[in-house]
Each structure stands twice: as structure tokens, then as C-alpha cells.
Design a protein around this ligand. Structure first.
Ligand code: ADP
Ligand code: MG
Length: 153
């Protein structure tokens, strides 16, 4: 499956990307957000969730590990597993609903939840590039490929 590379010159570009992905969301989506601290994962997730209509202020799941949102017709989840030491810790969070059909799931530090997360549709790799950031889309399913293709060009 073909990948897509985008430069994100400033924070507004990361925010705009979150809005663009939300705008082309075909149905449910499981996206893993990779990258070092400060690479732009939460900035992207916040813009994406706001664009989907999360009215209440988007909270950071830094300490709660997971935040869930009821949207008009589906549920969205934002996870940040940075503080997880062992994927077994996730059993206590009741993550079964992440696998609901149509659920929208964004996971920061997904490698720390290996085995406890639903199958991924799209992996986004964020990185520092000069003063800005860059991101690489790696689709892992037809859904992920449709989102990636919609952002090309
Ligand atoms: P992460 O969740 O990956 O740790 P954050 O989204 O919290 O990173 O972003 C860390 C900082 O980077 C924030 O201050 C944010 O404003 C900034 N930032 C986000 N995207 C960009 C960008 N494209 N260029 C420069 N700074 C950015
Ligand atoms: Mg973050």
C-alpha cells in the first residue's frame, strides 16, 4: 500500500491536517499516532476530534490513558499510552468498546498497548523536521488507504 509524506510547517498545519482527515473519514477508523514527545500527535488528535464535533473541550488522556466521546452517530476514543509499563494494565480500562463497529480510535504510543488494541487501519508517523514537523501516512487496511488517497494531491 502506498504511503504519503506531508510537511507540517507550523502548528496550524498540524491542526489543518486533523481537520482534513476528519472531513474524509469514511466510517470507523483505528489510527495509531507514532512519534517522539512533541512531534505533534496530540495537536493532530485534538483538531481531529474537534472537527468531528466533540463539543466539550478535548481533554488530554495523559493521566487517564483513555478519553471517550459520544458523537451524534458513533463513539470516539483518544488514548495516550505513554505511561503504560505493561499492556496488561489496559485490561482494567474496559477497552472492548474500542472494537465496536464504526468506532473512531486514536492511539498515541500504541506500541505500549501491543495486543490490547483493535486492528489498525492507518499508522501516522510524526517527526520533527527543522522548526516544523513532518508526517508519513502508512495505510494498513482499505479504510486507511481510502483516507490516505483522499489526502493526496
Ligand atoms: P505530542 O503529542 O506528539 O507529544 P504535541 O501535539 O503535544 O506533541 O505538540 C508539542 C508541541 O509541538 C506543541 O507546542 C505544538 O504546538 C507544537 N507543534 C505541533 N505541530 C507543529 C508543527 N507542525 N510545527 C511546529 N510546532 C508544532
Ligand atoms: Mg501527546
Amino acid at each position: 500500500m502506498s504511503t504519503l509524506e506531508l510537511r507540517l510547517a507550523d502548528e496550524d498545519a498540524t491542526t489543518a491536517l486533523g481537520q482534513r482527515v476528519a472531513a474524509v473519514l469514511p466510517e470507523g477508523l483505528v489510527a495509531f499516532l507514532h512519534g517522539d514527545l512533541g512531534a505533534g500527535k496530540t495537536t493532530f488528535a485534538r483538531a481531529f476530534l474537534r472537527a468531528l464535533g466533540v463539543g466539550e473541550r478535548v481533554k488530554s488522556p495523559t493521566y487517564s490513558l483513555v478519553e471517550g466521546y459520544d458523537l451524534a452517530d458513533r463513539r470516539a476514543f483518544h488514548l495516550d499510552l505513554y505511561r503504560i509499563a505493561d499492556p496488561g494494565e489496559l485490561e482494567w480500562l474496559g477497552l472492548d468498546s474500542l472494537a465496536e463497529p464504526g468506532a473512531i480510535v486514536l492511539v498515541e504510543w500504541p506500541e505500549r498497548g501491543a495486543g490490547a488494541l483493535p486492528p489498525v487501519d492507518l499508522e501516522l508517523h510524526f517527526r520533527h523536521e527543522g522548526a516544523g514537523r513532518a508526517v508519513r501516512f502508512e495505510p494498513r487496511s482499505d479504510i486507511g488507504r481510502r483516507v490516505t488517497e483522499a489526502l493526496e494531491g
